[in-house]
Design a protein around this ligand. Sequence first.
Ligand SMILES: [Zn+2]
Length: 411
Amino acid sequence: MSTIKLYDEDAYKTSFSARVLSCSESEITERLQKRLALLTDIPETVKIYSLVLDKTLFFPEEGGQTPDGGTLTICGRDLPVIDVAIDKTNTISHYVAVCDGSSFQPEDSEVSGNIDFAHRFSNMQNHTGEHIFSGLVCRKKNCNNVGFHLSDDIVTMDYDCPLTKEEIDALELKANEIITKNLPVFCTYPSEEELTGLSYRSKIEIDGPVRIVTIPGVDVCACCAPHVKNTGEIGLLKVIDFMKYKGGTRLSILCGSRAFIDFRKKQEKLVSISRTLSESIENTDLAVGKLYKEKNDLSYKLRQLQGNLLSIKADSIPDNVKHAILFTEDCDVNEARKVINSLTKKRGGYCGVFTGSDESGFSFIIGSSDLDCSVLAKELREKLNAKGGGKKEMIQGHTDAKEDEIIKFFG
Ligand SMILES: [Zn+2]
């Protein structure tokens, strides 16, 4: 039996009374487990009950939007509503958490409900913002909005057309102009006849009455969710990110208080970076770019110096030493290979570079002009628990053996 949707009539109402039509204990699914985790102090005794009411203000998870939160007061107990779902028959189920795990039979009881209006209003701001942006994109580019998701963190939309940064910037500006104009947002249920003559966007095929949301001159779209009454209530719309996606564009926006909080967070980070670099905010990106380049240049110089140092160490090994084994804390693998190539040209035996420490273990490269390194690899695996291998001429790998064990191994 379909539940009367009170949120359809008034998106701003926060409390309601209803009658319980059915109540049953629900299995705690993975989804419910995740929703429960959003609440604090949940004891292991918790039980979840699914309640169907004759009417509700709780908007269910529908059309890519997260459900309302809040509480249902049943038999004198305030129970948190952790999830709200709607089925094909338009029956809305409220999943409530009973923390002490006690069972109850509230069928036919009167209940009162309160929704978390801060969360609801934020969803209304973001959802209506999406209508404005999608309406503008679809009109300008004659494309379709093929994906929508409104999570508690971000709104993501997919369009089946490419969009340039310049186009997105212009659309964002236009969307904010529409917000400032404080245009009305109408929700209506046109007759079938009226619908036939109406041009509107729709993401899915709809059975039964179609709810049309209109922002005059901007967008006409079939939609079941709560919206703000006037665009001015959205406050601000900011595009956060965009990327090419399946031949079209995936774009993320934030509206209203979420956009403001995001701005504050990023502003604080930017100020912190600019202070660390002693640069003005305007020059922060250039300063970070310069720093990044300097870091890369220094890394290159460091690699070369480490290579030079290793060469000097290699040259100081007396000719009568059987195997030329070098240890270094840090060295670029290409520099180590250069040193080994130079050593194997001058002498016989194994020539190796072990990079690392007793604590972190050692990466090694070993070469030889007259011995078979693959035989050595086998011995290293057996005696020093090494990993790795290679060819007769050169092997590489890693061992957790200590420096003195390695020295002993090579005698
Ligand atoms: Zn909508």
